[in-house]
Design a protein. Structure first.
Length: 279
């Protein structure tokens, strides 16, 4: 398929944070997702929900806050749901590209992967072969990802992970907003918490926490222990990144991938207690 170059595919207003889109006003599940998404994509809310990745990993296009992709057939169900539920929003975001977009959704997964590569071009940069998504398709996907409707669909897609994070936070008695965020990030980045005996070591360390600490300080100490013990069982090539992310959540601030985060300021995630049954 020939890549189309069209002007004004996506209205510039799609790229602005409109009133009511403040992260502070969002549900905890969305704020937690945005935090992990920021670590994954390097973008804050709402741009993290519109993050777009090229075919550098052979997966075609990766999209959204958790980088669902064509290669694993994890992105197509979200795009189909968006188009079926909000066709008008899709048409507005994609403009003239909507016809090709809708046609792609009806292809089989193999052809969809090929399609996602066909709207990219290959070039050499610093002696390395790189992929770049066509500019107009980049604008279109980003416009789509910044709509409240797509943000809602992405949040729903992460619902099972969020539910499991709530359960883990309760099991390890870190039932605060930061505790839930920590567990969600562990499940997303690392798959599980209790690996190679990390769970038992965490609980042993919990018993050593001083009773003289305030309730909030105890919560922070527990999260720091979880962060350190989970990073210990990662491979050496990933342990620093895991530790940076987890300690940033545990301590409420820190640097991840050269960017400084402050959780209460950037995501309104605090040490406020969470009622698991109501979250």
């Amino acid at each position: 398929m020939k890549v189309k170059h069209l002007s004004n595919t996506a209205d510039k207003n799609f790229f602005k944070s409109t009133p009511g889109r403040r992260i502070q006003d969002r549900a905890l599940k969305e704020r937690v997702l945005a935090l992990t998404g920021a670590f994954e994509t390097g973008e804050l809310f709402p741009e993290c929900f519109a993050a777009l990745g090229n075919n550098f990993d052979g997966q075609g296009i990766s999209f959204g806050v958790l980088q669902w992709n064509f290669g694993q057939n994890s992105l197509q169900p979200l795009l189909r749901k968006m188009n079926c539920t909000y066709p008008g929003i899709c048409k507005e975001a994609l403009g003239f590209l909507y016809t090709d977009f809708e046609r792609m959704l009806n292809m089989n997964s193999k052809d969809q992967l090929a399609w996602s590569k066909s709207i990219q071009y290959i070039h050499v940069e610093s002696g390395k072969t790189r992929w770049s998504i066509d500019t107009e398709w980049t604008k279109a996907f980003k416009a789509l990802g910044l709509t409240d409707e797509m943000i809602c669909i992405e949040t729903e897609a992460a619902g099972i992970v969020y539910k499991n994070a709530l359960s883990l936070a309760s099991d390890y008695q870190v039932s605060t907003e930061r505790g839930v965020a920590l567990m969600f990030d562990i499940l997303t980045q690392n798959g599980k918490l209790d690996k190679n005996g990390a769970g038992s070591r965490i609980k042993d360390d919990f018993r050593k926490i001083s009773n003289d600490l305030s309730m909030e300080d105890k919560q922070v100490e527990k999260m720091k222990i979880i962060a350190i013990r989970r990073a210990e069982v990662c491979s050496s090539s990933f342990s620093k990144d895991v530790l940076d992310r987890k300690l940033t959540i545990a301590q409420g601030k820190g640097v991840v991938h050269s960017r400084f985060y402050k959780l209460d300021r950037d995501f309104n995630i605090t040490l406020k207690s969470v009622q698991i049954s109501e979250a």
